[in-house]
Design a protein around this ligand. Structure first.
Ligand code: NAP
Length: 465
């Protein structure tokens, strides 16, 4: 009889794909098990770990990034290996992963943006916020994008925390941003920015806005910009009053208090204005060859069964002149080769983290998901911890039935050998620490936390490739 999986000499071998928060929380949960003993190989298509914590969290939010310390501790655990610059899909096929790992957990997040589906969406000057965020954060996928910030008036669609980040980066003077790890080219472009007026457009009312209290408060406190809210826009209708009364959690009520306090300040005297508008939906982006205006429909709120309210068009329209539009209506997951996918939700169908075959409704053997690719792009970084733990519990519960089949080869050297044979230069955690040290040293010289390498080639060159 063969030795059971999960002993010191025959550990459970898991591949985690994606080194953002959910990948790291899952790795931690797996590695801290006394029994079964687990070995985790964490893969990322970039040479750098930490996913959205590096490429998504705004540069002026260093405290949020300090969660990296926890991920560094996980990276130091026995049984952990990092394989950066390896694309699961093109460099390693799912069958190859399943040949060398007992289980594969996908934590690939939401890599693209949701589409609005309105005319003019792709006019030059209309950008998904996801690209702007990747660009100012120096994510290698987005460095080639250009943002000519030569319009005086811009519109930001959406009221989520990503919209807050985008507005803050556009409104904050570069003398402040220069203290952060924002990409140098973004700092230069923002230094030349002619943006004076930012219109923040919410389709529902102020009482339903998706931003959270610290993020809207920050918009009130930018040195160099006033958040302007018309008091009449804060008058609540019946549906909103009922909505607020039904909330057990105080976020929405506090948002209203913050907005009400801010509305009293009027226009203010700062050079830049952020004008918050509510109950408007963009129905078209207009312009001859580039964005010139945005057509808005006024909304009313209607209650829906689930105790929430939705926006409904009133048939009344207006045009807002704007030279640039940032569409911040949410991220969306991309399909993964060989895995089932729900196109509408942009997620992998799952049951408690077990990837599900949509035809049979049965779990895909040995394949799991966690984080945004599992539940969609919601919550804060910490939300991914419980999400990852749920998936890991399913993985461990499935061990008694696990059958890796004929040809299974759990030798830990098999993957490095395979990658070498394919000519894939992977980046180990020690390699990443060299990149990290070089970035930090470049930052120190300028009084900044780091100056990032924004091209994969630069990173590999530093490692001597
Ligand atoms: P989000 O919180 O889901 O917000 C999306 C916004 O887009 C909502 O205001 C939504 O309105 C609006 N929207 C959706 N479809 C629309 C349409 N067709 N037309 C007009 N508006 C539309 O998404 P997100 O801002 O991308 O953030 C993703 C997650 O990351 C969130 O959980 C967020 O809290 C988190 N995050 C956190 C931080 C932080 O902690 N500082 C920073 C960034 C992101 P409705 O509400 O009406 O649907």
């Amino acid at each position: 009889m063969s030795e059971p999986i999960g002993t010191e000499s025959h550990p459970l071998r898991v591949a985690v794909i994606g080194s953002g928060p959910s990948g790291y929380y899952a790795a931690e949960e797996l590695l801290k098990q006394e029994s079964p003993r687990v070995r985790v190989d964490l893969f990322d298509r970039l040479p750098t770990p930490y996913g959205l914590v590096r490429g998504g969290v705004a540069p002026d939010h260093p405290k949020i990034k300090s969660v990296i310390k926890i991920y560094e501790r996980t990276s130091g655990r026995p049984g952990f290996r990092f394989f950066g610059h390896v694309n699961a899909g093109s460099d390693l096929a799912l069958e190859e992963l399943l040949r060398h790992y007992h289980q594969v957990l996908f934590c690939t997040g939401s890599e693209t943006d949701r589409r609005m589906g309105i005319p003019g969406e792709d006019l030059p000057g209309s950008h998904p916020a996801t690209i702007f965020v990747g660009w100012y954060n120096g994510h290698p996928d987005y460095t080639h994008h250009r943002f000519d910030l030569d319009a005086e008036r811009v519109a930001v669609i959406g009221n989520g925390n990503v919209a807050m980040d985008v507005v803050r980066i556009l409104a904050t003077p570069t003398r402040e941003l220069a203290k952060t790890d924002i990409a140098d080219y973004a700092l230069e472009a923002l230094g030349r920015s002619r943006v004076r007026e930012i219109h923040l457009l919410g389709r529902r009312g102020p009482a339903q806005a998706a931003f959270t209290n610290p993020e809207i408060r920050e918009l009130c406190e930018i040195d160099g910009a006033d958040l302007v809210i018309r008091p009449e826009d804060l008058e609540l209708d019946e549906a909103s009053r009922a909505f607020l009364a039904a909330q057990s959690e105080p976020t929405y009520r506090r948002n209203m208090e913050i907005l009400t306090g801010q509305a009293k300040k009027g226009e203010g005297s700062q050079p830049r204005k952020i004008r918050a508008r509510f109950l408007v939906s963009p129905v078209a982006i207009l312009g001859q060859g580039r964005v010139e205006a945005i057509r808005l429909e006024k909304n009313r709120l209607v209650p829906v069964d689930s105790g929430t309210v939705r926006a409904q068009g009133t048939g009344e329209f207006e045009e807002l002149p704007a030279g640039m539009v940032f569409r911040s209506i949410g991220y969306k997951g991309l399909p993964l080769p060989g895995l089932p996918f729900d196109e509408r939700a942009g997620t992998v169908p799952h049951r408690a983290g077990r990837a599900l075959d949509p035809v049979s409704g049965q779990p895909v053997p040995r394949v799991y998901v966690a984080g945004w690719i599992k539940r969609g792009p919601s919550g804060v970084i910490g939300t991914n911890k419980n999400d990852a733990i749920e998936s890991v519990r399913s993985m461990l519960a499935d061990l008694p039935q696990l059958n890796a089949g004929a040809g299974f080869d759990p030798d830990p050297e098999a993957i490095p050998t395979l990658l070498r044979r394919k000519g894939v230069r992977w980046v180990s955690f020690a390699d990443w620490k060299r990149i990290d040290a070089a970035e930090t040293a470049r930052g120190q010289a300028q009084g900044r936390p780091r100056v990032k390498f924004t091209a994969v080639d630069e990173m590999l060159a530093l490692l001597g490739e």
